[in-house]
Design a protein around this ligand. Structure first.
Ligand code: NAD
Length: 495
């Protein structure tokens, strides 16, 4: 990746996009569109369809028809594998174009976006493509006069609803295993980050995914997302996003056809630094990047830093120094460490959290303000508060922005108590050189992932998902196939 190649793509026209339904690019039935506003400079760079319930119904009907036709759902797994491997290759071939398009849409710094978006999505499609022709059914250990066969089958139509922070990565976590297993998919991107997923649909068609098998419907959550959630012909919803919307999807399911709902929600993840951490300089650097990359808009961000009292002041000095060296700015500049906040609304929400934390008595030790307002874009200083009490809003609520809450602890029991003091349980980390303590903490912290002496970076081979109100169901790894397949028993009399 070099800067001049990025710069050649930064002003490419985006134009008016279409919905992707039944292998075609179409406007919304109403003709309505939503502006695509770039967080880099606040300018409108294009438009996406503002789909209504009739558009969602059309997409679901196309997905159902394709499923019933069977050219994908009943194809040999090895055939689906070939097509999905081609898709992975196409994503990789177009990686820079996809990465730049995504950054213009949601503001993630390009260095991170390039790896976390197209390259990660390509890897995910390749992983599930390679896996699907190694998945076997089972023969049950029955008595000898019967044969009990357990078939694993696709569900039918899967609705995938994804957030704006990593649309391609998270879209692929859902679409790749669902498609590999033989389902049809209707994907609903977030209204402020749809462009790369519309392009993904074109690439899927080019790779040979049959018409109607993969559809993308853009639009507002409360309209298009709700219609997908309430559809009587969607068999499962795979969702990543906020808790309140997750709750609604459970309600929609109850009010419609009892579709399965898999929820991957937010977090308030503790990052715990013990005095015996192997390398405090490294811990400080990784902790800063673990919250401030992508302006804190990372579901697993280590947004609560718990530091053992005996090293608290020394560690804070290092952390503040690393943080204040981070370069915030144009996300299409390769030298940027943290890009733009995704929207004006999110920036206002972040600044509201800063004001509340000050009002509640937390001490602001770095950042706290909007940056680069003259560009028209949405930027914010990496912000650190110390002395944050567990009762304060900053300890309890997800900001989803570059704001870190620091709390000191005395001993291991205190660290566990603080770590488990929120309703969430998505990610966490422990920094220690004591192997026994590391394993005790892995067992004691209520979180879907516990990092030890690192933060982030887990790949597609391991599951990601939450405990508590961070949701249920797991993306990634072979376990994801459980979300997109059903078991059928054949009980065959042999006499
Ligand atoms: P959000 O819940 O506002 O939106 C997510 C998606 O749901 C979007 O596509 C949106 O259009 C749609 N939606 C909104 N209202 C809807 C409704 N009434 N019915 C159906 N769909 C609706 O979340 P967001 O602001 O896009 O993303 C940020 C959240 O996502 C944070 O809480 C973050 O922690 C979470 N997240 C979790 C993970 C994970 O793996 N657990 C990963 C990334 C982000």
């Amino acid at each position: 990746m070099d800067q001049s190649a990025i710069d050649r793509l930064r002003d490419e026209p985006v134009g008016k996009q279409g919905l992707w339904i039944g292998g075609k690019s179409l406007p919304a039935a109403s003709g309505a569109v939503l502006d695509v506003v770039s967080p880099i400079d606040g300018r409108t760079i294009g438009a996406i369809p503002d789909a209504g319930p009739e558009d969602v119904d059309r997409a679901v009907a196309a997905a159902r028809a394709a499923f019933e036709k069977g050219s994908w759902s009943r194809a040999a797994p090895a055939e689906r594998k070939k097509v999905l491997l081609r898709l992975a290759d196409l994503i990789e071939r177009n990686a820079l174009e996809l990465a730049v398009l995504g950054v213009r849409d949601n503001g993630t710094e390009i260095g991170m976006a390039y790896k976390a978006e197209p390259l990660s999505a390509a890897g995910t499609f390749r992983y599930y493509a390679e896996a699907i022709d190694k998945v076997y059914g089972e023969i049950a250990p029955t008595k000898p006069d019967v044969l009990g066969l357990i078939h694993r089958e696709p569900l039918g139509v899967v609705g995938a609803i994804v957030p704006w922070n990593f649309p391609m990565m998270i879209g692929a976590w859902k679409a790749a295993p669902a498609l590999a297993a033989g389902n049809s998919v209707v994907l609903k991107p977030a209204e402020i980050a749809s462009l790369t997923l519309l392009r993904l649909a074109e690439l899927a068609a080019e790779a040979g995914v049959p018409e109607g098998v993969f559809n993308v419907v853009t639009g507002r959550g409360g309209v298009a997302g709700e219609a997908l959630g309430l559809s009587m012909d969607v068999d499962a919803i795979a969702f990543t996003g906020s808790g309140p919307v997750g709750r609604r999807l459970l309600e929609y399911s109850a009010r419609s056809n009892l579709k399965r709902v898999h929820l991957e929600l937010g977090g308030k993840s503790p990052n715990i630094v013990f005095a015996d951490a192997p390398d405090l300089d490294r811990a400080a650097k990784v902790s800063a990047f673990g919250i401030f990359r992508n302006s804190g808009q990372v579901c697993v961000a280590g947004s609560r830093l718990l530091v053992q009292a005996s090293i608290h002041d020394r560690f804070m000095e290092k952390l503040v120094a690393v943080t204040e060296r981070m370069k915030v700015g144009d996300p299409l500049d390769l030298g940027t460490d943290s890009g733009a906040v995704s929207s004006a609304e999110q920036l206002a929400k972040n600044l509201g959290h800063v004001a509340d934390a000050e009002r509640e008595g937390a001490r602001l030790v770095s950042g706290g303000r909007r940056l680069l307002e003259e560009t028209g874009g949405f930027y914010m200083e990496p912000t650190i508060f110390e002395g944050v009490k567990p009762s304060m809003r900053l300890s309890r609520e997800e900001v989803f922005g570059p704001v870190l809450a620091v709390t000191r602890f005395e001993d291991e029991a205190d660290a566990v108590r603080l770590a488990n003091s929120t309703v969430y349980g998505l990610a966490s980390a422990v920094w220690t050189s004591d192997l026994g303590r590391a394993h005790r903490m892995v067992r004691a912290i209520r979180a879907g992932v516990v990092h030890v002496n690192t933060y982030g970076g887990a790949d597609v081979t391991v599951p990601l998902g939450g405990f508590g109100q961070s949701g249920f169901g797991r993306d990634k790894s072979l376990h994801a196939f459980d979300k997109y397949t059903d078991l059928r028993t054949a009980w065959i009399a042999l006499t």
